[in-house]
Design a protein around this ligand. Sequence first.
Ligand code: SF4
Length: 378
Amino acid sequence: MKKILLINPWIYDFAAFDLWSKPLGLLYVGAMLRRFGFEIYLIDCLDRHQPGAEGKSKKFGTGKYRRTIVEKPKILSHIPRHWARYGISEERFVELLHSVPRPDAVLVTSIMTYWYPGVKRAVQLVREHLGPVPTILGGIYATLLPDHARKVINPDYIITGPGEIKTLLLLSELFDIPIDRSKLPKNLDEYPFPAFDMYRHHDYMVILTSRGCPFNCSFCAQRLISMPYTRRSVENVLEEFEYHHKKFGVVDFAFYDDALFLHKEKHIIPILRGILKRGLKLRLHTPNGLFARLVDPQLAELMFAAGVKTVRLSFETANESRRQQMSMKVSNADLVRAIRTLERAGYRRSEIDVYVMMGLPGQPLSEVEESIRFVHSL
Ligand code: SF4
């Protein structure tokens, strides 16, 4: 049986906080490989339960990462802040590399493009300590900047976009293992649940009930990263909630969907009703912005009853003309109405957050300030 090591590298940044961050794509890939007979191992550099990596735990399973100040890249030297590596120590990483059986291939994921130094360091250490083992790089950075990744990280293979099937087929070719293609999933319900069992401790879990988004906001990379908008069935989503809740006792779940409220009558409303019907006592969080326009009294009341504790609404900017150029999914009036509706359903102001963007092309700082003032005025 071929052994595959999955790695979620460190974050290198000025600041980082574990706000329900899990390498969900990598865990899906791992689960798919296991289904087809591979043996999988995981090193998650951001696992706050690794010895020596324990950061202070905060509300709803979130928490601080271990932080190590490292040399700042030259291009950022004018910024008067420390640059740090977040996650386990390098010594612990090397210890873990030697504690798993020698892998036949190493799969490394990547998230933010500018976090690539963590990916680079992980691949360097793998080569230094494991010698010539095929390295396969996937994830968001690899998908958005494959040429940069080829040059700077120099993995043996790059996988772009959703990785479950592509990685499986690559490994089958690499090791000459025939794959019965009739057993490949034909829809999202046929995918295995992500391999969360690879962790020894679970503060929270993340869940993806749909993939992609049919919108095309000018600032958003989702259309380059994900598959066309596709939903799982309500029943399949509820099974995953119940399975992980019962097996690991997890109560905090964060939705990773980009368009969670889309087709709400067929999707999120029956999901929330199903959670109530099954008597699941969960705390739900929506770190990806929600469509304020789609919040109505029925949905808001169900969210409150089913345990949606963290509500984050997408807003981007209060400047209507800029918004019209880049995204039509919300207006100032939509935001006002959504907040009032959520409050009437029982939410306190402190439970509702609104995302405002800064740094849009040509955007003056005064516009950002106006947007923040607008949100605070509500
Ligand atoms: S609605 Fe959200 S996920 Fe969809 S394109 Fe716009 S920003 Fe991206």
